[in-house]
Design a protein. Sequence first.
Length: 141
Amino acid sequence: MIIAIDFDGTIVEHAYPDIGKPIPFAIETLLQMQKDGHKLVLWTVRRGRLLQDAIDYCGHRGLYFYAENENYRGENKEQGEEVSRKLSVDLFIDDRNLGGLPDWGIIYNAVKATTDGASTLQIMAGQSALQRVKKKKRWLF
């Protein structure tokens, strides 16, 4: 699976343009996802030197991305060609998701379950704080 990951608020706490404190288990979980065979794309608002700071931050921790702010390495390097900002990925991990950023353990289990054939929505819904409707007991069925 190809997975796009935001940086600020997802891998580190928000402190833009600085780099915030690490979010617990983010790097470790992403490294395990790579070991599981997933391709990771860093997808962030950061550009230029600020993007390089994020790449270096992750690289110093052993996390290297398939691409950064592009579908694949070199995609945006064609001169004169306008490239869409639409990514061709299977999943986005971002703190701006509906409901915010789940715990990295939940994220990992959702990705693993999805590759095993389950629905990510089913996994995430299982972690919901919403009350479940109980079925009424019936005598015959």
